[in-house]
Design a protein around this ligand. Structure first.
Ligand SMILES: Cc1cc2nc3c(=O)[nH]c(=O)nc-3n(C[C@H](O)[C@H](O)[C@H](O)COP(=O)(O)OP(=O)(O)OC[C@H]3O[C@@H](n4cnc5c(N)ncnc54)[C@H](O)[C@@H]3O)c2cc1C
Length: 393
């Protein structure tokens, strides 16, 4: 008989990714594995999941990311069928419009070819077509845009998280509220974790679902992982003159904007050279950013936003993979029962269902059965061989 403080699978972090792994383990496994989720804050207040812009797109450059989004979209669309109206994720298929200037044109064209090959219904628009289709857009400096309508949009992140946890609670999966402060290892494997309250939990496998804290958890196991927190501020603005039916617009300047009810959300991703590691405790919105950088660029691209009022702002941390802005998924080569599900660099929420299913398949069968995610394996980290995701917002 097993010690009560031992589980076949221990999942570190219980937000979107950790919960998705646990949920899919129940769905794909034979039910024989015991699971526990260890989460330092069950309110999930500071988790990236709760601070996300909760948007979903198929405009990626890595085919596997497109496939993960396709499964994510299907999953969101079926949630109410599974749990009833309480699980409605509020999915709005408002579309994405990703814009490029001359320097980004070749990449946009290349990404578009990949998306079409993956069956993503994305339209490529030259600058004349852009001006005609979106009369509210100032096309100065633009060369083209790519627009996905029916396959892209936004949803309620909390609804997705609660969906997973309703089923996990019903199945009796324990959510242990504690911080993991140490990872115990023996040669070639992880044996358990130690918690801040002094408890020790043994495990057959440990899944790293610690979001922006994933690099720190890996370090506790003595393993390097180039995932760190990068701060992003989201502003809620009221702009009565904003055009109706705006898609999520992502501009080459780094700004993005999308509708949110009667308001709009907008944010800014700095160029890599100006992007820095964040203090994990710093969740103070960067208010100066709005006046100095974001608003001028937003109003230049969509002049209707010249008049607006900031209603609210929040900050969160991207789980940023400094090697290639792509996920790290699968087993550690030196500790094969230590499984990564990290480094999503700002697109992990939409991929949570697909990543959860893939990691569950790995744990249950030792192989991916639906989407092959071996491209995201840790080997590339060890070999310093980036698999660049070019479409990072
Ligand atoms: C401003 C912003 C906008 C975003 N917009 C989008 C978007 O539009 N679309 C999209 O798909 N993605 C978006 N993302 C990214 C997305 O939110 C994340 O990739 C995703 O939520 C990651 O989920 P996660 O479960 O891995 O991490 P998290 O949600 O951060 O969860 C990790 C959990 O691990 C716990 N934890 C960490 N360390 C420990 C430890 N040592 N012991 C115990 N528990 C621990 C934490 O408390 C936390 O609850 C955005 C992110 C931000 C910040």
């Amino acid at each position: 008989m097993k010690d009560a403080a031992h589980h076949d699978v221990v999942i570190a972090g219980g937000a979107a990714i950790g919960a998705a792994v646990a949920w899919h383990l129940l769905a794909v496994g034979d039910g024989s594995k015991t699971i526990a989720v260890i989460e330092r804050d069950r309110s999930f207040r500071d988790a990236s999941t709760s601070r996300s812009a909760a948007s979903i797109r198929q405009q990626f450059s890595t085919p596997e990311n497109i496939r993960l989004s396709q499964y994510g979209l299907q999953f969101l669309a079926n949630m109410s069928d599974r749990q009833g109206p309480q699980a409605d994720p509020g999915l709005i298929l408002g579309g994405y419009l990703i814009l490029a200037g001359r320097t980004g044109l070749a990449a946009l064209q290349d990404n578009h070819r990949t998306q079409i090959a993956e069956g993503a219904p994305i339209r490529f628009l030259d600058v004349d077509a852009l001006a005609q289709t979106f009369p509210w857009l100032d096309c100065d400096g633009l060369a083209a845009g790519a627009h996905g309508e029916a396959c892209e949009g936004w949803f309620d992140a909390d609804a997705l998280l609660q969906f997973f946890w309703r089923d996990l609670r019903a199945a009796g999966v324990p959510l242990i509220e504690a911080e993991i402060t140490a990872v115990d290892t023996a040669p070639g494997r992880v044996t358990g974790v130690q918690l801040a309250d002094g408890r020790q939990i043994g495990c057959g496998a440990l899944v790293n679902a610690c979001g922006p804290g994933a690099g720190r958890l890996a370090a506790l196991a003595g393993r390097p992982l180039p995932v760190e927190p990068r701060k992003r501020t989201v502003f809620v603005v009221h702009c009565p003159t904003a055009p109706d039916g705006l898609p999520l617009v992502a501009d080459p300047s780094g700004i993005w904007v999308r509708p949110e009810g009667r308001y709009h959300l907008t944010g800014y991703s700095p160029p890599q050279s100006a992007d820095q590691t964040a203090d994990p405790h710093d969740l103070e919105p960067d208010h100066g950013l709005f006046e100095e950088t974001l608003w001028p660029a937003l109003a230049a691209r969509i002049p209707a936003f010249e008049t607006l009022k900031v209603i609210n702002a929040w900050a969160g941390h991207y789980d940023f993979n400094t090697l290639d802005q792509n996920a790290v998924i699968g087993p550690d080569p030196e500790l094969p029962n230590f499984i990564y599900a990290n480094g999503f660099s700002g697109h992990g929420l939409q991929h949570a269902p697909g990543v959860g299913r893939a990691v569950a398949e790995w744990l249950a069968f030792g192989a991916y059965r639906s989407i092959d995610l071996s491209v995201f394996g840790y080997d590339r980290i060890a070999e310093n061989r980036p698999v660049i995701e070019r479409a990072v917002i």
